[in-house]
Design a protein around this ligand. Structure first.
Ligand SMILES: *Cc1c(COP(=O)(O)O)cnc(C)c1O
Length: 449
């Protein structure tokens, strides 16, 4: 065991050391080598050391270097060293975080993280927290709590009776809602299309005046951090508009929630304390390993009732058993890595991580404008949308950037315009990474033109 784990650690160290120099996306020839994995499962056991050897020799090369400083695709954070180390140790612990009795350390660190995060993010002090796999599951879990609460108020036990015949619930979303909210709605029986879509402005922000009058039980889903522009819905305005109607206010804040930790960005989330539930990711902007997300629900009872495997659990006692806050029963102890990154960075370190990413996004935008290309969004956070001209030209530049390998940026279509999206979300990105990436992008754009 000792030799094997030592070998795994030294291979990982070698991999990490290669990140600054390697191509961000693997070359085509490396991907061809993946065919070594295509054989059938053999009859006899193989020594774990040989398995590790095979995995490292052919697997490491076929990874995308999202953990280096020059990956700007989607909104994918790197892994902070403290979280990486905790992940390796805790991976070995193999804790089942579902029950306090199966992992005292897992349950304790969930409680610590809950207290720290409520304070750090300025959330309502009653917020209960669930550690899920990502923002999709956080949206799902929050909306399940909403479904429970709104129907229970009308005398309908949705967990027992289901949705057939239940009083209808209206769901209001913005035109630029993230697809994961639609997926959560579809899984919960609300229907992707059985929703009211409200118009948005040119940054993707809901226009509060276009929210219709609410006269049924309703859920309003807002967004803090649009996946393309980084823009925030005006939470405070919408909250006052629906105040007193008994409407459930849910916020998809997958990465935008972390604006709260930066004094200069906090204005973006005004009204957040009015939310009944909030979904966010930990694997994006606080740089813990995949997979890791958080759900916050203000009324703990609604969350527990929606997530309980049986009502009897609730009568058993008042201990905070983690499985009452999430869809899973058995699961890994994600709070450990979140605790480690918070403990290591502290409040100022976390604010610095967020601020640095935002500054680099601004630098990207300035560099692009200076070179004569177009930035399509207001830079309020860490997202930059770039047009290099016609849709075809922009697509050609994106594909050129991806092939060249210095950095990686993806494409998107923003309100009808084809764009390259740059998302700065990693602790590992430096000024020199931004410079190198900008040089590569601009050189390729010039070649295409
Ligand atoms: C990334 C993202 C999600 C989905 O998060 P996953 O972790 O991929 O499930 C939801 N909403 C927004 C705004 C996002 O950026």
């Amino acid at each position: 065991m000792k030799e094997l784990l030592g070998a795994a650690a030294s291979r990982l160290i070698k991999y990490m050391e290669s990140l600054p120099e390697r191509r961000v996306f693997p070359a085509a020839s490396v991907l061809d080598d993946l065919s070594v994995f295509s054989g059938n499962l053999q009859e006899e056991p193989i020594d774990p050391m040989s398995v590790l050897d095979e995995l490292d020799n052919f697997g490491s090369a076929a990874t995308v270097a999202t953990n280096g400083g020059r990956y700007f695709g989607f909104v994918i954070g790197g892994v902070h060293p403290a979280a990486q180390a905790a992940n390796i140790l805790a991976g070995g612990w193999d804790q089942n975080a579902g029950l306090e009795i199966t992992s005292p350390i897992g349950a304790e660190l969930e409680k610590v993280c809950k207290r720290w995060l409520v304070d750090l993010l300025g959330l309502h002090p009653e917020m209960e927290i669930g550690f899920v796999s990502g923002a999709t599951m956080a949206n799902f879990t929050a909306l399940a709590a909403a479904r429970h609460a709104l129907l229970m108020e009308r005398g309908w036990d949705v967990e027992a009776r289901g949705l057939f015949g239940a009083p209808p619930i209206e769901v209001i979303i913005g035109e630029e809602v993230h697809v994961s909210v639609l997926k959560a709605l579809s899984l919960l029986g609300f229907g992707r299309e059985r929703v009211i879509r409200v118009s948005v402005d040119n940054q993707g922000r809901i226009i509060p005046e276009s929210i219709p009058e609410i006269n049924r039980p309703a859920i309003v889903c807002l967004q803090a951090g649009n996946v393309n522009t980084g823009a925030f819905d005006p939470i405070d305005k919408v909250a006052s508009k629906i105040d007193g109607t008994g409407t459930w206010l849910h916020i998809d804040a997958a990465f935008g929630l972390w604006a709260q930790v930066s004094p200069s960005k906090r204005y973006l989330t005004r009204g957040l304390d009015k939310a009944d539930s909030i979904a966010t990711d930990a694997h994006k902007w606080i740089n813990v390993p995949y997979d890791s997300g958080l759900v916050f629900v203000r009324n703990k009872q609604h969350l527990n009732s929606a997530m309980a495997a049986s009502a009897a659990y609730l009568e058993e006692g008042m201990i905070r058993d983690p499985h009452l806050t999430v869809p899973e029963l058995s699961r890994r102890a994600r709070a450990i890595e979140i605790w480690a990154v918070l403990r290591s960075l502290g409040k100022s370190g976390l604010a610095d991580l967020i601020d640095r990413c935002c500054t680099y996004a601004r630098d990207f935008a300035d560099g692009i404008l200076e070179a004569g290309y177009e930035v399509l969004n207001d830079i309020v956070l860490n997202q930059v949308l770039v047009s290099f001209g016609s849709p075809d030209v922009t697509r050609e530049v994106i594909s050129g950037v991806q092939k060249e390998g210095t950095c990686w940026c993806g494409g998107t279509v923003w309100q009808g315009r084809t764009a390259m999206r740059i998302s700065v979300s990693s602790w590992a990105t430096t000024e020199s990474d931004v410079r190198k990436s900008l040089d590569a992008i601009i050189k390729i754009a010039k070649e295409v033109h």
